[in-house]
Design a protein around this ligand. Structure first.
Ligand code: FES
Ligand SMILES: [Fe+2]
Length: 387
């Protein structure tokens, strides 16, 4: 984030604290509980957002060196992503060209050649077919035409983007919209991957996204965990196309009042949380960054999967590796044991048949924006306002 913008964000937060205000959407909106429970809707959003829309699959630190690979199975296409010897990030269907077996089973590792577990056809990490056992018995094939199926892939400002369709359009700069320049300043490309957690939760995936969309709940739900560190119900909020950025207010902002603005860094008094359409949250701390990817269960609107990945600044990791790991783990546990517990309970509320809509308050603008853009993308009508 450029310094001028950092100052603007901190000043916005200080202004809210001084006036006892928060961001104000101006209206309350109603959302039908069917948005979270409808099977038809689940099919529609899966098709639009998870089979035909670019996906962030990780950060550059997931492929730290030439020879690194990861596999992803969260949005229908079995995916193998590699970093080849020229440093390039590539993505392939993780599907052997002989008879379709999944080529690589491990979630991540280092390998420059991939040997199929079925008959040992071998591919390198640029996707080329480089070995066919007993090829004189198998028969003549054109190896050049039997490389792994490559998918559009782009690495930009430390994020790994893939389109799940071979001919899908992928332009990360456009997808980041107004955040493109800001992401450059965060130097995400140099982050070190420190671990992952996966949470399978009995709730619709949009309820998981919603939990990241306001700080109105901090003083109650996170009374003993986040509330001692953050001022709840105070945030700065900005939208960038379909994406948004919330800046949560950290209590240490009070110390910044006696510092010259030129010495301010936004992370001294704020905690930026970015949402990237359709399913990504990026939480940016001074020493560590958390990437959350939320996925529906394709066949069941009542279930979702969250992949939470932790990254650290190399200098911070060198100084205090144990401290950083426990910080990340603690953050993940708050999501799992506090946010997702109440969000799953909201899902049961939605299923009860006794409540037909939920409300988004004036102080929850991220929820308005997320559901507004989601609905627009599916060609649905706008949410009703209350009153
Ligand atoms: S299916 Fe992969 S080598 Fe036969
Ligand atoms: Fe929360």
């Amino acid at each position: 984030m450029h310094h001028e913008e950092q100052v603007r964000v901190i000043r916005t937060l200080m202004g809210h604290l001084d006036r006892g205000t928060n961001v104000d959407e101006g209206v309350i909106r109603k959302i039908s509980v069917e948005d979270y429970t409808s099977t038809q809707r689940a099919e529609r959003e899966w098709s639009a957002f998870f089979t035909d829309h670019p996906q962030v699959i990780g950060m550059s630190g997931d492929l730290p060196k030439a020879g690194s690979f990861i596999t992803v199975n969260d949005f229908g296409v079995p995916l193998l992503a590699t970093r080849s010897s020229d440093g390039r990030f590539r993505a392939f269907a993780n599907v052997c060209r002989h008879r379709g077996t999944i080529l690589e089973a491990a979630p991540r590792g280092e390998r420059t050649r991939f040997v199929c577990p079925f008959h040992a056809w071998t591919f390198d990490n640029t996707g080329a077919l480089i070995g066919v056992p007993k090829s004189d018995h198998f028969g003549q094939i054109d190896r050049a035409c039997l490389g792994l199926i490559e998918l559009p892939a782009q690495e930009r400002h430390g994020l790994l983007w893939v389109h799940p369709k071979v001919d899908g359009a992928l332009n990360a700069s456009e997808l980041l919209a107004g955040l493109d320049q800001e992401f450059e300043t965060w130097d995400f490309a140099n982050l070190v991957h420190t671990g992952d957690d996966t949470y399978q939760t009995p709730m619709n995936w949009k309820l998981a996204i919603d939990t990241f969309g306001e700080t109105y709940h901090f003083e109650k739900l996170h009374r003993d965990t986040l509330a001692p560190v953050f001022y709840g119900n105070v945030q700065a909020y900005d939208t960038y196309g379909r994406n948004h950025r919330m800046a949560l207010c950290v209590r240490s902002i009070d110390m910044m009042r006696s510092m010259p603005e030129s010495d301010w860094h936004v992370t001294m008094g704020a905690f930026p949380v970015y949402y990237l359409f359709p399913n990504i949250q990026i939480n940016v701390g001074r020493a560590a960054v958390t990437l959350v990817r939320v996925y529906p269960d394709k066949d069941n609107p009542d279930r979702s999967l969250s992949r939470v990945s932790f990254y650290a600044r190399p200098e911070a990791l060198a100084q205090d590796p144990d401290g950083l790991r426990s910080l990340s783990q603690g953050f993940g546990e708050i999501i799992r044991d506090e946010d997702y517990v109440v969000a799953a309970a909201s899902h049961r509320g939605a299923q009860s048949g006794l409540v037909d809509h939920f409300l988004f308050g004036r102080n929850e603008p991220a929820l308005h924006h997320y559901h507004k853009t989601y609905r627009e993308a599916l060609g649905l009508s706008a949410l009703e306002t209350l009153g």
